[in-house]
Design a protein around this ligand. Structure first.
Ligand code: PEP
Ligand code: MG
Length: 566
């Protein structure tokens, strides 16, 4: 059989090979034609109630399984579905439709249609609610029509899942141990399924289009998340290449350059569920724990205890490594409804990061620091480090330090067990790069956030495709800002890391080592490649490369240099 290649958007730079299983939750949902007359409304209501009870039980089972396998936060989506199931508006919609003479199935369809349409017309996260509602509707219809569906949680090992789309509750059930990858007809890089795939290092291609339907159940399929390709009936070479990628060589211990300099290679995580995959890929520790994800998708902030648990879990996953927890970085492109963030023409230049923690979110900042100091004082807590986002002035650092000291004094008075963690700042504003010497003399570490640094140095919105070429850290001014930061820490007892996307690009490892970074932190998926590249890097050659890159006047010259040395 000759191989056939379909293209889509690759969302994880990994490949996997396996057997196709179609997941079609809508299959079997052809609704029976209602009898022309004689429908018993009371019996239809009863059928709806029974189906609702069954759907609720299913959801509760799936929630427990997901909590076990992935984490409580991912399991929360099932609670949201139970709420939709119990929603009084949906319930009265179904009752009215049944009273109008519809079967329970048609009544369910009618009752969900309005709310789905409403959410579809909204932006961002609210639009995703439409997916959740469709999910709940289809579950009810399946139960009512007696339809079966593939149980995503119990697929055989080596399965490649193919689907029109995967909803949040679908992805939460996928067992990364058994899934060789997935491909969907719809979806883009930032779709829920794509984010999930990256967090768990699953090979995935989304947005393949209707061609995906041509793949038959049981076919051999390679999912190449790097090239964005789905290969049907792959050749032996293709299959072996994908399998080899799957069997990536993990280096569980810290690595050194060829001449013996240790470079810490850590992972960026947002949710506790990402900790395990980060350790599995050989990360030395966590270089950036984005805590805002603990605060999103909920109605109120997490309690001190809840945060303490999350930080303690990170520490116990990396008992020998460092865990850098960044304090809340909301504002900009990270909205949190219950925090009532002000409207701003320029949210990236307004109140975000440390500015909010020292302003309107002061109480949250204190709670977070309490949880962090307690976690630092717990058994195995000495690897903890606290990092401030979006620092632009020395005053911010001093003020934050004062809050930390007052929290320590409170804990002392309460007789609580606590310790002072390492204390550092992100370098992601031009102001911070200019003040790097003063910052370095006041903190234990600096970590360069190139996603924001490139945005502010180049005046190019990080999320705007039209200026994507400008938002590139290989532009000489960004490289010089990084070099200035590293130099500033020289002679101080202050290490310098990088946790922006740039750190995870294996093609840039030599340049970054040459610039003098002590630590690189990235999505778990690229940890093995970056570690491998650190090992083959010779520091003197890397420093020479960095010096030439810093002398370059254009990004084109930097690109050329990198191509020449590749
Ligand atoms: C950065 O700005 O580079 C960074 C790591 O932080 P975030 O992407 O969360 O803003
Ligand atoms: Mg940032």
């Amino acid at each position: 059989m000759t191989e056939r290649t379909l293209s889509g958007t690759g969302v994880t730079p990994r490949a996997g090979v396996g057997t196709a299983v179609w997941y079609r939750p809508e299959a079997g949902l052809e609704l029976p034609e209602p009898p022309a007359e004689g429908l018993d409304a009371a019996a239809e209501r009863e059928r709806f109630e029974t189906a609702r009870g069954e759907a609720r039980e299913e959801l509760e089972r799936e929630r427990d399984l997901t909590a076990d396998r992935v984490g409580d936060e991912e399991a929360a989506v099932f609670d949201a579905h139970v709420q939709f199931l119990n929603d009084p508006q949906i319930e009265s919609g179904v009752e009215e439709a049944v009273d109008d003479g519809l079967t329970a199935e048609h009544a369910v369809q009618r009752a969900f249609a309005g709310p789905i349409e409403q959410f579809e017309g909204m932006e961002g996260r609210m639009a995703e609610r439409a997916d959740d509602l469709r999910d709940v509707r289809d579950r009810l219809l399946r139960v009512l029509t007696g339809g079966e569906r593939v149980n995503l949680a119990e697929l055989p090992a080596g399965t490649v899942v193919l689907a029109e789309r995967l909803t949040p509750s679908d992805t939460a059930q996928l067992d990364p141990e058994r899934i060789a990858g997935f491909a969907t007809v719809t979806g883009g890089r930032t779709s829920h399924a794509a984010i999930f795939a990256r967090a768990l290092a699953l090979p995935a291609v989304v947005g393949v289009g209707d061609d995906l339907d041509s793949i038959e159940e049981g076919a051999a399929v390679v999912i190449d998340g790097d090239a964005g390709e789905v290969v049907v009936d792959p050749s032996d070479e293709r299959r072996e290449a994908a399998a080899a990628d799957d069997a990536v060589e993990v280096r569980p211990n810290p690595v050194t350059t060829a001449d013996g300099t240790t470079v810490e290679v850590a992972a960026n995580v947002g949710r506790p569920a990402e900790l395990g995959p980060a350790a599995d890929r050989g990360a030395d520790g966590i270089g950036l724990f984005r805590t805002e994800f603990l605060f999103l998708d909920r109605d109120a902030p997490p309690s001190e205890e809840e945060q303490y648990e999350a930080y303690a879990e990170a520490l116990s996953t990396f008992p020998d490594g460092r865990v850098v927890v960044r304090t809340l970085d909301v504002g900009g492109d990270k909205p949190v409804p219950y925090l009532d963030l002000p409207e701003s023409e320029n949210p990236f230049l307004s109140e975000r990061g440390i500015r909010r923690s020292l302003g309107p979110d002061a109480a949250l900042f204190e709670t977070q620091l309490r949880a962090l100091l307690r976690a630092a004082g717990s058994e195995g807590g000495d690897g903890l480090a606290v990092m401030l986002p979006l620092v632009a002035t020395i005053e911010e650092v001093e003020e934050a330090r004062e809050v930390l000291e007052s929290v320590a004094a409170d804990l002392d008075e309460e007789g609580a067990t606590y310790a002072r963690p390492e204390f550092g700042v992100m370098i992601e504003t031009p102001a911070a790069t200019f003040m790097a010497p003063e910052l370095a003399s006041r903190v234990d570490f600096l970590s360069v956030g190139t996603n924001d640094l490139a945005q502010y140095v180049m005046a190019a919105d990080r999320g705007d495709e039209r200026v994507a070429d400008l938002h590139d850290p290989l532009h000489p001014p960004v490289l010089r800002a990084i070099a200035r930061t590293v130099e500033a820490a020289d002679g101080e007892e202050c290490w310098v890391g990088m946790c922006g996307e740039m750190a995870g690009d294996p093609d840039l490892t030599e340049l970054l080592v040459g610039l003098g970074l002590d630590e690189l932190s990235m999505s778990a998926v690229t940890v093995p490649d970056v570690k491998a590249n650190v090992e083959t890097t010779d520091r003197e050659a890397a420093e020479a490369l960095a010096a030439r890159a810093l002398a370059a006047g254009t990004k084109r010259e930097v690109d050329q240099l990198l191509t020449d040395t590749a």
